[in-house]
Design a protein around this ligand. Structure first.
Ligand SMILES: O=C(O)C1=C[C@@H](OP(=O)(O)O)[C@@H](O)[C@H](O)C1
Ligand SMILES: C=C(OP(=O)(O)O)C(=O)O
Length: 470
C-alpha cells in the first residue's frame, strides 16, 4: 500500500551534492529556524485549546507541514500570516470535536505519527493513518496499545503494530468511577509514545495515570518538554516518580500567542562545524532555560575541546541540567582550533536525536568514543546505528554497532577519503555527511534535500556559514 496522495517531496533524487570543504577557520553567525519538537507540540496543544492560538517562529519544514495538514484533515484551521509563514494562527475545530472519516498522512515524522492518533479519541468518526513506506518500519504498537486501553479500536492495514492503520474513537471516554484511568505502555523504543498520550490526556474525563513498563526510557528531556507545554496550556501533569505520570482532567488553552525557540538539535551541525573546521560559530537566541535536549550541546562540545562563550562571557561552570543563568538568552559562541578530543564513553540516552552530529565530530577526533544509551536509534528515520557505521567505514574510519550504541575509532586524517554518502531519507544522516565534508575532500551527499524534514534550506545555510568571514 503506497502513501495516500501525498508524495515525499524529497523523494525526487537529484545529483549528489558536493559538500563544501572548509579551507579556512570559520567565523560565522547562523540563525537557526524554530524547533521541530516545540512547533509540533504547540500545534497539537493549539488544536486542543478553546480559543485560537498564534504561534510565532514556527518551523516551516516537511514535518511541520505534515502536522498542519494532519490537523486540517481533522477540521483544525492553520492560517499562516501573509507576510510571514513562520507565524501561524491555529483555530480549534467547532466544539473541540475533530472530524472523523479523515485520512492523515504522517510522512516519516515521528511527531505526527505519535501525536496525532490520540486526537482521534475526541473525533466523531474513524481516522486512517498512512505514511512514507519507510515509516512502516518505525515502532507504533505501544502508542496504539495505549489508545486501546483508553477504549479506541485499532485496525491495521499492513503489518500488525505498524502504519498504515485506522483508529476508531471509543463510544465512551474515561473511567466510570471518576478516577484517573490507568494505562501501561512500554516506551523504551520511543519517548514519543508517552508524549503523544500525555498531550491528549487532559481532556479525558477523570484524567490518566500512565505507567512506562520498559527497562529503559529514552529522551526524557522531550517528555519534560511535553509536560512543561501541557502545563503552560493550563494542564496539570506531574511525574510522581520516574516512569509514572499523572494527568488531571483540565480544559487546555494555550496563551493567545506562543513563540518557538530555535531548534537546538539543528544547531548541532553548525556548532560542531567550529570544532571540525576550527574558528567561531555563533548562534543567536540561545534560550536561557530550555527543555530541548540540544540544551546539552554546549557541555558536550566543551568535552570535545571547544571553548564556549555566552554573550561574550566564558562558559566554564558547566552543569548538564541547568546550564545557564535563568536570565540569559543570547548569543552562544563555539570556538575550536581544529583539535578534537575523543570522548571515551558518552551516554546520549537523553539526547538521541543529536547522536549523528556527535558521531561526525567523534569520527574526526584524536581518540575513540563510545556513544551509548541509544539502541532505540534503530527505530528512527532509518536504523541510524547501522547507517552511521556504514557511512563512517565508507570514508575510511572505523565504527562498530554496540547493543545500545556505537563505538567510533578515528583514523589519521590522511587515511580518510572522499565518497558518495548515502542518506537513507534521514535528514540527520545528510547533515552528518556535510560535517565530515568540512574536513574530508571529495564528500558528496545523495539526496541532501532530505534535510527538508526539519530544516527548510540546509544547503543555503551551510554554504553561507562557510562564506562568512568577518
Ligand atoms: O518528542 C519529540 O519531539 C522527539 C522525541 C525524540 O524521539 P525518540 O524518543 O523516539 O528518540 C527525538 O528523537 C525526536 O527527534 C523528537
Ligand atoms: C528522530 C527524529 O525524528 P522524529 O520526530 O521523526 O522521530 C529526529 O529528528 O532525529
Amino acid at each position: 500500500m503506497g502513501g495516500m496522495n501525498e508524495p515525499n517531496p524529497t523523494a525526487v533524487v537529484a545529483d549528489p551534492w558536493p559538500a563544501p570543504l572548509a579551507t579556512a577557520p570559520l567565523d560565522a553567525t547562523v540563525t537557526i529556524p524554530g524547533s521541530k519538537s516545540l512547533s509540533n507540540r504547540y500545534l497539537i496543544l493549539a488544536a486542543l485549546s478553546v480559543d485560537p492560538v498564534r504561534i510565532r517562529g514556527l518551523l516551516r519544514s516537511r514535518d511541520t507541514d505534515l502536522m498542519m495538514n494532519a490537523l486540517r484533515a481533522l477540521g483544525v484551521t492553520c492560517q499562516e500570516d501573509a507576510d510571514d509563514p513562520t507565524t501561524v494562527t491555529v483555530t480549534p475545530p467547532p466544539n473541540g470535536v475533530f472530524r472523523g472519516g479523515a485520512d492523515v498522512f504522517c510522512g516519516l515524522a515521528g511527531t505526527v505519527m505519535r501525536f496525532v492518533p490520540p486526537l482521534v479519541l475526541f473525533a466523531d468518526g474513524p481516522v486512517r493513518f498512512d505514511g512514507d513506506e519507510q515509516a512502516y518500519a518505525r515502532p507504533m504498537e505501544p502508542l496504539l496499545f495505549g489508545l486501546k486501553q483508553l477504549g479506541a479500536h485499532v485496525e491495521y492495514h499492513g503489518e500488525e503494530g505498524c502504519l498504515p492503520f485506522t483508529v476508531t474513537p471509543p463510544t465512551k471516554l474515561g473511567s466510570s468511577d471518576g478516577k484517573p484511568i490507568k494505562i501501561r505502555v512500554d516506551s523504551s523504543s520511543s519517548s514519543q509514545f508517552v508524549s503523544g498520550l500525555l498531550l491528549a490526556a487532559s481532556r479525558i474525563p477523570g484524567g490518566v495515570l500512565l505507567r512506562h513498563t520498559g527497562r529503559t526510557l529514552p529522551s526524557l528531556p522531550h517528555i519534560r518538554m511535553t509536560m512543561e507545554d501541557i502545563n503552560a496550556a493550563g494542564g496539570d501533569v506531574t511525574m510522581p516518580e520516574r516512569g509514572r505520570w499523572l494527568v488531571q482532567p483540565r480544559i487546555l488553552d494555550l496563551p493567545r500567542t506562543v513563540t518557538v525557540e530555535p531548534d537546538l538539535s539543528n544547531a548541532a551541525p553548525f556548532l560542531g562545524a567550529a570544532l571540525i573546521a576550527g574558528g567561531d560559530v555563533r548562534v543567536p537566541n540561545w534560550p536561557a532555560h530550555t527543555t530541548q535536549p540540544g540544551g546539552l550541546l554546549p557541555s558536550m562540545l566543551h568535552k570535545f575541546g571547544a571553548t564556549i562563550m555566552l554573550d561574550g562571557e566564558p562558559f566554564s561552570e558547566i552543569n548538564d541540567c541547568e546550564m545557564f543563568n535563568d536570565d540569559f538568552s543570547g548569543l552562544l559562541c563555539v570556538s575550536g582550533d581544529g583539535a578534537i578530543r575523543g570522548l571515551g564513553e558518552l551516554d546520549l540516552s537523553a539526547a538521541g536525536e543529536i547522536a549523528p552530529s556527535i558521531a561526525a565530530i567523534a569520527t574526526l577526533a584524536d581518540g575513540p568514543s563510545e556513544l551509548v544509551g541509544i539502541g532505540h536509534l534503530r527505530g528512527h528515520e532509518t536504523n541510524r546505528l547501522k547507517a552511521l557505521v556504514t557511512e563512517i567505514e565508507r570514508v575510511g574510519a572505523h565504527a562498530e554497532e554496540l547493543d545500545n550504541g556505537i563505538a567510533i575509532e578515528p583514523v589519521a586524517d590522511d587515511e580518510l577519503h572522499g565518497a558518495v554518502m548515502e542518506t537513507y531519507a534521514d535528514h540527520r544522516m545528510a547533515t552528518f555527511a556535510a560535517m565530515l565534508g568540512l574536513r574530508i575532500p571529495g564528500i558528496e551527499i545523495k539526496d541532501v534535500q532530505t534535510t527538508r524534514k526539519t530544516i527548510p534550506d540546509f544547503t543555503g545555510m551551510w554554504t553561507s556559514m562557510l562564506a562568512q568571514h568577518q
